[in-house]
Design a protein around this ligand. Structure first.
Ligand code: 48H
Length: 256
C-alpha cells in the first residue's frame, strides 16, 4: 500500500512532465486571463501547459477587493461566464457581481477539464530564444527561487508562449532585459503600468493583448504593464476577454 501510493504519484507525475516537455502553448501564470486562454486553446485541441509559481492557481481573483471575496464583471464578459456555467448576479446598469471563490475555482476546473495541464509551484525564470523567436520557457521550482538556491532549470519547448504573469509582466521584462530586442510597444520596451482608470483600462486591456515579440503573447494585466495601460481594480471582464482574445490570436497563427 505504502509503495503503491508513492510509486503511483512518481509514475504519474513524470509521465505528465515527459508528455509536456514539448507543447503547443506554454502559459506563464495561472491568473484569470491565463486560465481562460488555457481553456479556449485546450478545447480546440492544442497541447497547453500552465506554469504557476504559487500552490494554487487563480492569481488575483480569489481575494476580490481588499479580501472582500466578490468581484465585478461587465456585461461584455457574460458569454464567457455562461459558457463556463459560472453564476453571477445583476448589480446595477451593465455590471454584475460574482463570488470570487466560485468563479476562480470554476476557471481552474474548466481549464483542466478541457485538457490543459497545470504545473503549480513552478516558476518560469527565462525563455528559450532561438532564431530571434521565443520558442519555449525555462522552468524551476518556485521554492528554489524563494530560497535563492543555485539550481539549474529544465526547458519546455513551445510554439507560442503567453506572459500571463499579471502586474509584473515578468516574462516580457526578462526577454527585454536579456536580449537586445524591440518589443511591439511605443518605445520598443516595457512601458510600465499606469494608475487606476477603470473604463480606459478595461478597453485597453483588450487592445494591448497581442503578440509583442515573435512567439511571445501577453494577456491580462501583463498586457497593460507591457504597453503602458491603466489598472482597473477588482473588475475582471477585461481579464476574461483578454484570455479569450489571446487564445484566438494564437489559434489563428498556429493554424496558418
Ligand atoms: C510562474 C508566475 C510568474 C512566473 C507570476 O495577476 P494574475 O491574477 O493575472 P491576470 O493578468 O490574469 O489577472 C490580473 C488580476 O488578477 C488583477 O490583478 C487585476 C484585475 N488587478 C487590477 C488592479 O488594479 O490591481 O495572475 C498572475 C499569476 C499569479 O498567480 C502569479 O503567481 C503567477 O502569475 N506568476 N508564475 N512563473 N515567473 N510570475
Amino acid at each position: 500500500m505504502e509503495q503503491i501510493v508513492s510509486v503511483g504519484i512518481v509514475d504519474s507525475y513524470f509521465k505528465k512532465l515527459k508528455e509536456n516537455l514539448t507543447v503547443d502553448v506554454a502559459i506563464v501564470g495561472g491568473g484569470p486571463s491565463g486560465m481562460v486562454a488555457a481553456y479556449y486553446l485546450a478545447r480546440q485541441g492544442f497541447k497547453v501547459s500552465v506554469y504557476e509559481r504559487k500552490l494554487a492557481p487563480g492569481g488575483g481573483m480569489w481575494g476580490g477587493a481588499m479580501m472582500f471575496n466578490e468581484i465585478v464583471i461587465q456585461k461584455e464578459a457574460l458569454p464567457i461566464l455562461d459558457e463556463l456555467n459560472i453564476s453571477y448576479k445583476h448589480y446595477d446598469k451593465d455590471y454584475y457581481t460574482l463570488d470570487s471563490v466560485h468563479a476562480t475555482s470554476a476557471l481552474i476546473y474548466h481549464a483542466t477539464q478541457a485538457g490543459a495541464t497545470f504545473f503549480n509551484c513552478t516558476s518560469v525564470e527565462d525563455v528559450v530564444f532561438l532564431d530571434n523567436k521565443v520558442s519555449g520557457v525555462v522552468l524551476n521550482w518556485a521554492p528554489v527561487h524563494r530560497e535563492k538556491m543555485h539550481v539549474d532549470p529544465l526547458v519546455i519547448m513551445a510554439k507560442a508562449v503567453i506572459d500571463g504573469t499579471g502586474h509584473d509582466c515578468d516574462i516580457a521584462r526578462i526577454l527585454e532585459r536579456k536580449n537586445n530586442i524591440q518589443l511591439l510597444t511605443a518605445s520598443g520596451k516595457v512601458e510600465g503600468e499606469r494608475s487606476l482608470s477603470i473604463d480606459e483600462a478595461e478597453r485597453t486591456t483588450i487592445e494591448n493583448t497581442k503578440e509583442i515579440y515573435p512567439g511571445l503573447y501577453v494577456s491580462g494585466m501583463a498586457s497593460n504593464g507591457v504597453s503602458g495601460g491603466f489598472r482597473m481594480g477588482p473588475i475582471f471582464g477585461g481579464m476574461l476577454l483578454s484570455g479569450k482574445k489571446v487564445a484566438n490570436l494564437i489559434a489563428d497563427n498556429l493554424n496558418k
